[in-house]
Write a protein that binds this ligand. Structure first.
Ligand SMILES: Cc1cc2nc3c(=O)[nH]c(=O)nc-3n(C[C@H](O)[C@H](O)[C@H](O)COP(=O)(O)OP(=O)(O)OC[C@H]3O[C@@H](n4cnc5c(N)ncnc54)[C@H](O)[C@@H]3O)c2cc1C
Length: 469
């Protein structure tokens, strides 16, 4: 008989863990909602389908790695490149990202020739930062104090520019404010401020600018659907609509968890839940910490195709003020607005726009004027009211309530200090021997490829280290 594992939370982190564990454990997944994939959710508005959560898909190989022991991953998830994925619009200029260095230089030179000249050196440095981060952080799990105090970790950390801010790092290459803003935006992928977060996170730019941006026909939720299919084939038991309500402990071990339907024992437990919410389920005090940003989303069903790229960004004029206001717990008065238009890559879908404004991790922040800001963005994108079939707002409360997330903060602890960035909650409970953590609120952090990679690495280490296997 195989030992048993319970994964609490069927987000991408939980699914990657469950699948990897399934070769050595008898696995059950408990999910509070009726679907798997967590924030990677398909939402229907009349006939229009929207992809909530991950819209920008990067690093296909992290998804393929998890599936490879079970199926032909590239056939199951045939990611396709989006050649000109993101159009960034300033008041008086537009830059469209591409992995073609010469083309990026050409576009940047129209704004600032010095920044254009320095672009290849920037690409070299973010490539170095990515490979270093992959080796030192993404391939590694953090289970105990020893993992945090290894000399090799300290050496790699020091080489990863931990004490320089992202904005200061970019200033070294790009004297022009607009060009810095383009790449400062990558801090929002971890819900943090580019004026505070360590330059290490410039490595996020590597994903899009070097390896590229991708799409899947039918949308990102196909990833969750593929994981679900393989999990079922592996005999993993999927308990949907069954939130875990309680854990019962015996000394340094969790004995069982409890749902409305019953008690379930297991040898090990893995939490894919928001880390702080999980701590409160364990009856522990939730620590004070600065939280990452949340999101105010609008789903806009369109009558007809419009002239947009797959990813579209309208930048605010004052990025510094925008992040300062967010950190103070309020919405920016004139925020940057992101719009995802999958029809640009996949015309088999009905035209629809997913609009996102960065929101503070404060469910009580005033949303006065937000709808007008989205209206203004729609107008700038050339979308007229008569082209809209239906429109629906999903404020941060939606994230907080649907996925059980503290203050709707997408990435848990903010990465606005070097400590907050490199000392995220660990992957193994420090007191309970058979409790592990995966997902976007613990090491190595959020973003769909990163939580999948994290879950995969945690599961491999559990298999390697636990004696019951
Ligand atoms: C609006 C938005 C836009 C984003 N854009 C991108 C993007 O463009 N690219 C990208 O890569 N990433 C993006 N992300 C981030 C990405 O979606 C997340 O980092 C990732 O999906 C998180 O996966 P997870 O497994 O950690 O958590 P989740 O997906 O939150 O999964 C946790 C699961 O646990 C369940 N749960 C909670 N409590 C319980 C309980 N008591 N019992 C059982 N189940 C429970 C929840 O219902 C949920 O399904 C975005 C996120 C949001 C919200």
């Amino acid at each position: 008989m195989k030992p048993t594992a319970i994964v609490v939370g069927g987000g991408l982190g939980g699914l990657a863990t469950a699948l990897t564990l399934s070769t050595h454990y008898d696995v059950k997944v408990f999910e509070k909602n009726s679907w798997l994939g967590g924030k990677m959710q398909s939402i229907q508005l009349g006939e229009h389908t929207f992809d909530f959560g991950p819209n920008t898909l990067t690093m296909p190989r992290y998804f393929w790695d998890v599936l490879a022991p079970f199926i032909q991953p590239k056939e199951a998830l045939p990611f396709q490149r989006v050649e000109q994925p993101t159009a960034h619009r300033f008041k008086d200029a537009t830059i469209t990202f591409t992995t073609d260095v010469a083309e990026m230089q050409r576009q940047i030179a129209l704004i600032d020739p010095v920044s254009a000249e320095n672009y290849p050196a920037f690409i070299l440095e973010i490539t170095r930062l990515f490979h270093l981060s992959e080796k030192a952080f993404l391939n590694k799990t953090f289970f105990n104090v020893k993992d945090y105090t290894k000399a090799s970790l300290m050496k790699n950390l020091m080489a990863a520019r931990p004490f320089q801010t992202l904005d200061a790092f970019l200033g070294h290459y790009f004297p022009n404010k607009k060009i810095r803003q383009l790449f400062n935006r990558f801090a929002t992928y971890i819900g943090s401020s580019p004026y505070e977060t360590p330059a290490t996170f410039a490595m996020i730019a590597y994903f899009e600018l070097v390896e590229g941006t991708y799409f899947l026909e039918g949308g990102p939720p196909n990833i969750a659907a593929t994981f679900e299919r393989v999990l079922r084939e592996q005999g993993v038991k999927l308990h949907l609509n069954e939130p875990v309500l309680k854990f019962a402990m015996d000394g340094d071990t969790i004995r069982f968890c409890e749902t409305e339907k019953g008690r379930y024992e297991a040898d090990i437990f893995v939490s894919d839940m928001d880390y702080d919410v999980m701590q409160s389920l364990l009856g522990r005090k939730i620590p004070k910490r600065e939280l990452s940003t949340s999101a105010y989303v609008e789903l806009i069903a369109l009558k007809e195709p419009v002239d947009l790229h797959h990813h579209n960004l309208l930048f605010s004029n004052d990025y510094v003020a925008e992040f300062k206001t967010l950190r103070e717990g309020n919405y920016a008065r004139k925020p940057s607005v992101y719009g995802c238009y999958p029809y640009a890559s996949d015309s088999s879908r009905l035209p629809a726009l997913f609009v996102l404004v960065n929101a503070p991790a404060n469910l009580y922040a005033s949303q006065d004027g937000l709808v007008e800001q989205v209206d203004d963005a729609l107008q700038k994108w050339g979308i007229k009211e008569e082209q809209i079939v239906e429109r629906k707002a999903l404020p941060p409360h939606y994230i907080a309530d649907t996925f059980a997330v503290r203050q709707g903060a997408i990435y848990g602890q903010a990465s606005n200090t070097w400590k907050g960035s490199f000392f995220r909650p660990s992957n193994h409970d420090l007191k309970l021997d058979n409790l592990y953590y995966v997902g976007g609120t613990v090491h190595p952090g959020g973003g769909s490829p990163i939580v999948v990679k994290g879950g995969y690495e945690v599961a491999k280490r559990i298999i390697q280290e636990r004696q019951e296997v």
